[in-house]
Ligand binder design. Structure first.
Ligand code: IPM
Ligand code: MG
Length: 371
């Protein structure tokens, strides 16, 4: 199969982790006889520095003509510290999501047993944890009108949802639940917010069409607590844009590191794959970032292409590295391997270049993994 992939490395550690994903994709192409061609687009602080625009039109154009987008991260501290900044790196990502109508963001949360000791939760609470967050991505408070009064003392962000925006992602979440443990949890704040009451009404109406799916309704404050107390109760969580943003970061630490979680954003045709971690500027350029969030995002991309065996192979290789202690600094601050070493190791694993009786001492820091 031939697929055209647009790569948007973005800011901070984005370029480094994305580079490892390309390496893994190339290894998969080699192993299975596929062809992946890449074109590169600008977005974020990098794009602002080079063009003055967080998302140049050429990037949108490239993305519209692609089979999938592999994205790194956006964000830079110089904008975070400046509330008066008129252009911001994040605007690029939001505009891209909106332009491509990537209305559903899917974030799987499944801890790796080898990393249980890093989780803030007790091992017994990690048993059976395996859920998907379906986060609405192109509506709500992120995209409503924003205002700041002339005197600078009053600000507002409108939160707007229409029934059809809720329906289209709810259908995807119901379908996902049908393929899994058949449970859907809508997370909202229907005791306070009108938009949340609309979410509840729409989801309740759809329930009848999915009689095999059990639906639960949770207020977001309770959901935040339940994620820590009893995360194995969840199968598919459906929620609006901002609640999904917050809960997915919370959920990610259950797995031991924010660096591990992948995501897929889909909608009317387009598909974008990105780790959920941000640009982590403190680590940029040091070859210490965890590339697994990005590499696991490419596994989601392969699934999206219908290449399920290929995706499984990538996931198995990732699991192998974790089980055998080949981890980056976020996982083991003392005995760690570099970003590029892990990327190389996973590429070798998917191509069967690593003998099963591998001696870890043969993989030296920064040295080739081919032995
Ligand atoms: C995410 C990020 C983005 C978001 C930022 C970078 C705009 O936090 O993808 O979760 O809030 O959606
Ligand atoms: Mg976020």
């Amino acid at each position: 199969m031939h697929k055209k992939i647009v790569v948007i490395p973005g800011d901070g550690i984005g370029p480094e982790v994305t580079q490892q994903s390309i390496r893994v994709l190339d290894a998969i192409a080699q192993q299975y006889g596929h062809k992946f061609t890449y074109s590169f687009g600008l977005m974020g602080a990098d794009a602002i520095d080079k063009t003055g625009n967080a998302l140049p039109d050429e990037t949108i154009e490239l993305c519209l003509n692609s089979d999938a987008i592999l994205f790194g991260a956006v964000g830079h501290p110089k904008y975070d510290a400046d509330p008066a900044a008129t252009v911001r790196p994040e605007q690029g990502l939001l505009k891209l999501r909106k332009s491509l109508q990537l209305f559903a963001n899917i974030r799987p949360v499944k801890p790796f047993t080898a990393l249980n000791h890093l989780s803030p939760l007790k091992a017994k609470n990690l048993e059976g944890v395996d859920f998907l967050i379906y986060r609405e991505l192109t509506g709500g408070i992120y995209f409503g009108n924003k205002s700041l009064s002339e005197d600078g003392n009053t600000a507002s962000d409108d939160c707007i949802y229409t029934s059809s925006e809720i329906e289209r992602i709810a259908h995807l979440a119901f379908h996902a639940a049908q393929q899994r443990r058949k449970k859907l949890t809508l997370v909202d704040k229907a005791n306070v917010l009108e938009t949340s009451r609309l979410w509840r009404k729409v989801v309740k109406l759809l329930e009848a069409g999915y009689p095999d799916v059990a639906v639960d309704y949770l207020f977001v404050d309770n959901a935040a607590m339940q994620l820590i107390m009893n995360p194995s109760q969840f199968d598919v969580i459906l929620t609006e844009n901002m609640f999904g943003d917050i809960l997915s970061d919370e959920a990610s630490v259950i797995t031991g590191s924010l660096g591990l979680l992948p995501s897929a954003s889909i909608g009317n045709g387009g598909a974008l794959f990105e780790p959920i971690h941000g640009s982590y500027p403190q680590a940029a350029g040091k070859d210490i970032a965890n590339p697994l969030g990005s590499i696991l995002s490419t596994a989601m991309m392969l699934d999206h292409f219908g290449m399920n065996a290929e995706a499984l192979r990538v996931r198995a290789a990732v699991e192998w590295t974790l089980e055998n202690g080949f981890v980056t600094k976020d996982i083991d601050p003392v005995n760690f391997y570099f970003t590029s070493t892990i990327g190389e190791l996973i590429s070798d694993l998917v191509q069967d270049k690593i003998p099963s009786g591998l001696n870890p001492e043969n993989i030296q820091l920064r040295k080739s993994t081919i032995i």
